[in-house]
Write a protein that binds this ligand. Structure first.
Ligand SMILES: *Cc1c(COP(=O)(O)O)cnc(C)c1O
Length: 974
């Protein structure tokens, strides 16, 4: 079978831009691996029993050129209406400062980086994240914040789980504000049910807490979904008296003017940072946040950046505590969050850095004044509001005519919120103009007078500058504490200064724009510029997730196409794009299995079998879906141990809910017995969850649905070209067979209930927005559109070839731990460095850090097996870069040999001292037994291309006891 690479290319052909190796390079690599064609190689590696059957029809059109794909995206964009969204409910239009849009959102130095597991080469984004944490702790008035959550609604759920873990109360009741965001209520109910928590809604204006009710915690929306600002002190006190914890969702912009959750006694604050310059994107991606009071920091889910020090004693940032929490704690992890929202957290933090405390306060004051001016105008014409105490959102009484008001507003291009037939919601944001307010007033039936003082309307025409912000809010609730006093929030005021700060930080980091990031299980492939283009277009970026169907037809058409393409390539019937990361796709899929069993009356089917090699999120997700994890052993070849699997199935037969396997396995091999495995689970009445994060090894050659999978998640931020953003965003679609489709995530504000192939999704929501992080779906859409079926298959083949080539070239220097059929690996290979450690004393850490001196990002370290490196080159690297990596690894092996031979002492050699900074070779006298040149230019070509790490090796233990998770004083870096 020929590949697209063999044919003469058309100008503008994307496939040969995406795949790094051309036909000549592949021929050379095939020769080394011992195969005639890439197809023959992959056909041998992938078990014959699961080869895909050729289909006569495909929903995936033939590959488009870059120009054609952009033109089609323009057509889709034109079907969305860029309205002025004033719906609110946690999503606001915002001005993304252009300096941040261009230098962060559209800058590959920021968006192509991976999660900062190698802190020495991630100091820039770690600093940006510590700015984020400082911003959140300052504004919420709490002690410690993490480095982002997936969105506000999932953060509320995580807050509820923190409360349950930390509460002294034995109650299983969680009290929820009746004025919470509707989507948050939906998530809380769905997620609580699975873990045995009962939700009780309560209108706090009626009483502080319901009489005679024990609760382990309470949730307060502040301001409320209706916009109401009220004093929750009594509720907080009453909940605490019972030993419960208070979780408060707070609007960060409002907190620049209002008393903070910390000052009001909350234990946990959560929310979104979207309105800090992050585009709406039809629902995401945006960074959620969570902050906790002192004493709860070890309960924080997700990632936390802290201050450590490097080998020279200088301060340096690293991930603290939960670095790879799910991998270490698995089913005991505090949460399943892996990929978070780093890129968006960086943008929000930089919005605060750029505006500073005064700028943010001015924006918030302006918003509050506009809301007050509108309120005064409405009141002056006899309309009444649900509450006169508000920040930016009004609920206006319009008995019987809510629909008409909303229609009139829509005619003029404004989207308002229908609360009920008698009530319309209006939310004001930083982009709202005087003309917008006038048009909205007109929609309510008022004369359209400008909001500029005086004039014919007399004193009914309140200029907003004259309106007093927070006029109706009690003085008790006005903020008195300072915030954002650290210099970082006070010096980058000019665009020049901001541009340079962003450049300085980006320069400290190693991203795909410098070189290969061969991280196994992460699939760091090209994120092409054409794929990224549409993300910034207003027709995709300035769209509210709850906009009416008629305004988002382009989005819905694109989503439907992408769903059908993903269904086809995975062999499933239905796809939901709602989950915001792989972990959330796992959870959605397991909750679908749970829903299915329960609908069949199988309420006791709650055991989830998970092989010991599985990604840590699997076990954590199973627990969150209310399942018990039973671990299945793996044999010496790295495959699932069939005897143990049989025994565990027999033992739990009547209680078996599911098996969760990864295919190909996290050991990077295609298990041959996969069909027997899935059959055994089905025979026992269980469902099969196939973790599809490794789809890059399979796409076009085999399909999860054909292997016996009932449901899978995919990681669009791995296989489908969405950039990793330094640790998020992600999209983790869940795909299922028809029998599970009814249990896939629905949403209270979904524009349509039917998805791929007409299946109606009726399960509970797993994200705040109906289509999750819809704003980045154009990336994956463009990827598939420009690759076509054949290009996708070629990409898989090129990725598998590259991994096998590296395995062959390195196997004499580092043993390859697991191989399958024909001695082949899949799309990644695990190099075993334990023998090296034994022979030479050189550790996997030393090799990883020495790779920095050679200008590389290390492969995945010690996952899934301790003491190993897992290498995944992907299809996008060219042979030159692959060779550079191989040569570096061989040279490092020789360096280790020199240590073993006694040429260099074990305590002083280029490996243990790696990485070497510029200052480390110029400061003081050079006393090491190797040259300065070998330290920093181990390969001569580096003289012109060197990446200089900003810090020496970072102490991975330092600082966990006395956590410092906010910006350290500037003097610390002197
Ligand atoms: C990456 C990965 C996940 C988790 O995906 P996130 O998007 O980071 O939550 C799950 N399983 C496997 C096998 C993975 O490689």
């Amino acid at each position: 079978m020929s590949t697209a690479l063999d044919a003469p290319g058309r100008p503008g052909d994307f496939v040969r831009r995406h795949i790094g190796t051309d036909a000549a390079a592949q021929a050379l690599m095939l020769n080394a691996v011992g195969y005639d064609s890439v197809d023959a190689l992959v056909q041998t590696a992938v078990p014959a029993s699961i080869h895909v059957h050729p289909r006569s029809t495909s929903s995936i059109p033939a590959a488009a050129t870059e120009a054609e794909a952009l033109a089609e995206l323009r057509e889709l964009a034109a079907q969305n209406r860029v309205a002025r969204p004033m719906i609110g409910l946690g999503y606001y239009d915002t001005f993304t400062p252009s300096v941040i849009a261009r230098n962060v959102l559209e800058n590959p130095s920021w968006y192509t980086a991976y999660t900062p597991y190698q802190p020495e080469i991630s100091q820039g984004r770690l600093e940006a994240l510590i700015n984020f944490q400082t911003m959140v702790t300052d504004l919420t008035g709490l002690a410690t914040a993490n480095a982002s959550m997936l969105d506000e609604s999932t953060a509320v759920v995580e807050g509820m789980l923190v409360a349950r873990r930390a509460s002294k109360s034995a109650s299983d009741v969680f009290l929820v504000d009746a004025d919470a965001l509707p989507q948050t209520k939906a998530l809380l109910q769905h997620r609580a049910e699975a873990v045995g928590i009962s939700i009780r809604f309560h209108a706090f204006e009626q009483s502080a807490v319901p009489a005679d009710l024990d609760v382990f915690g309470a949730f307060i929306q502040y301001p409320g979904a209706s916009g109401r600002v009220w004093d929750p002190s009594e509720t907080v006190a009453a909940v605490k008296t019972q030993g419960g914890l208070v979780v408060m969702a707070a609007d960060l912009l409002a907190l620049t003017l209002l008393r903070s959750p910390g000052a009001l006694g909350a234990d946990v604050a959560v929310g979104t940072t979207q309105r800090f310059g992050v585009p709406l994107g039809f629902g995401g991606p945006h960074a959620g946040y969570m902050a906790v009071r002192t004493g709860l920091e070890r309960q924080l889910p997700g990632r936390l950046v802290g201050v450590s020090q490097d080998a020279a004693g200088h301060p340096a940032y690293r991930l603290s505590l939960q670095t790879r929490e799910q991998h270490i704690r698995r089913e005991k992890a505090t949460s399943n969050i892996c990929t978070a929202q780093v890129l968006l957290a960086v943008m929000a933090a930089m919005y605060a850095v750029y505006h500073g405390p005064d700028g943010l306060r001015a924006i918030a004051t302006d918003v509050a004044q506009k809301a007050e001016a509108l309120a005064e105008r409405l009141r002056s014409y006899g309309l009444t509001l649900e509450s006169d105490s508000f920040f930016d959102t009004l609920r206006v009484h319009v008995p019987g005519s809510a629909r008409r008001v909303i229609e009139r507003a829509r005619e003029r291009g404004y989207q308002l919120f229908w609360a009920d037939d008698a009530t319309v919601g209006v939310s004001v944001d930083e982009t709202t103009s005087a003309a917008d307010l006038a048009a909205v007033a007109w929609a309510f039936g008022l004369p359209e007078a400008e909001f500029v003082g005086g004039g014919e309307q007399g004193d009914r025409a309140v200029p907003w500058e004259a309106a007093s912000a927070l006029a109706g809010v009690s003085a008790e609730l006005i903020r008195r504490e300072d915030y954002l006093t650290h210099p970082v929030f006070n010096v980058h005021r000019s665009e020049t200064a901001m541009m340079r700060y962003l450049k300085q930080l980006a320069d400290r980091d190693y991203a795909l724009d410098r070189g290969m990031i061969p991280l196994g299980s992460c699939t760091m492939k090209l994120n092409a510029a054409t794929e990224m283009a549409a993300v910034s277009w207003p027709e995709f970026s300035r769209v509210h997730p709850f906009a009416p169907e008629a305004d988002v037809r382009g989005y819905l058409a694109m989503i439907e196409q992408l769903e059908s393409w993903l269904a086809e390539v995975t062999g499933y019937d239905a796809v939901s794009l709602q989950p915001n990361a792989g972990s959330q796709g796992e959870l959605a899929g397991l909750l679908a299995i749970r829903g299915y069993h329960r609908a069949n009356g199988d309420v006791d089917r709650t055991v989830c079998l998970i092989p010991s090699s599985a990604h840590g999120t699997n076990a954590a997700s199973a627990v969150l879906a209310g399942m018990q994890v039973v671990v299945v052993a793996c044999d010496d070849a790295g495959n699932v141990d069939l005897d143990d699997l049989g025994a565990k199935i027999a033992l739990h037969a009547d209680r078996l809910a599911a098996l969760m396997i990864t295919y190909p396995s996290t050991h990077g091999v295609y298990e041959h017995e996969v069909l027997e495995i899935t059959q055994a689970v089905h025979d026992a009445g269980g469902q099969v969850y196939v973790d599809g994060a490794n789809l890059n090894a399979l796409l076009g050659f085999a399909r999860f649905g054909d292997l016996g999978g009932d449901v899978s998640h995919l990681n669009l931020h791995k296989t489908f070209a969405i950039p990793h953003g330094g640790g998020g965003p992600g999209v983790g679609p869940v795909a299922a067979k028809a029998h599970l489709a009814p249990y896939l995530p629905g949403h209270p504000f979904s524009q349509r209930a039917e998805h791929s192939g007409g299946h109606v999704f009726d399960g509970g929501a797993v994200s705040g927005a109906p289509h999750g992080s819809a704003g980045i779906l154009p990336i994956s859409w463009a990827y598939v559109r420009m690759m076509g079926s054949q290009g996708l298959r070629d990409a898989t083949a090129a990725a598998v070839l590259a991994a096998n080539y590296i395995a062959v070239r390195l196997k004499d220097h580092y043993p390859v731990l697991y191989t399958g059929e024909g001695g082949l690996v899949a799309h990644e290979c695990i190099l075993d460095l334990r023998p090296l450690k034994e022979e030479t004393g050189v550790s996997v850490d030393d090799v990883a850090k020495r790779l920095i001196d050679y200008g590389f990002h290390a492969p995945t370290m010690s996952f899934p097996v301790a003491g190993t490196l897992m290498v995944e080159p992907t299809e996008s690297e060219d042979l030159g870069e692959i060779e550079r990596f191989i040569e570096a690894m061989i040279a490092i092996r020789a360096e280790a040999q020199a240590v073993a031979a006694g040429e260099w002492p074990a305590s002083d050699n280029p490996l243990v001292n790696a990485p070497h900074t510029a200052s480390s070779v110029i400061e003081g006298e050079w006393t090491h037994p190797y040259s300065r040149e070998l330290a920093v230019y181990p390969v001569h070509t580096l003289v012109r291309t060197k990446y200089w790490p900003p810090v020496r090796r970072i102490d991975q233990a330092y600082g966990d006891r006395n956590l410092v998770c906010a910006c350290p004083p500037i003097e610390a870096f002197a």
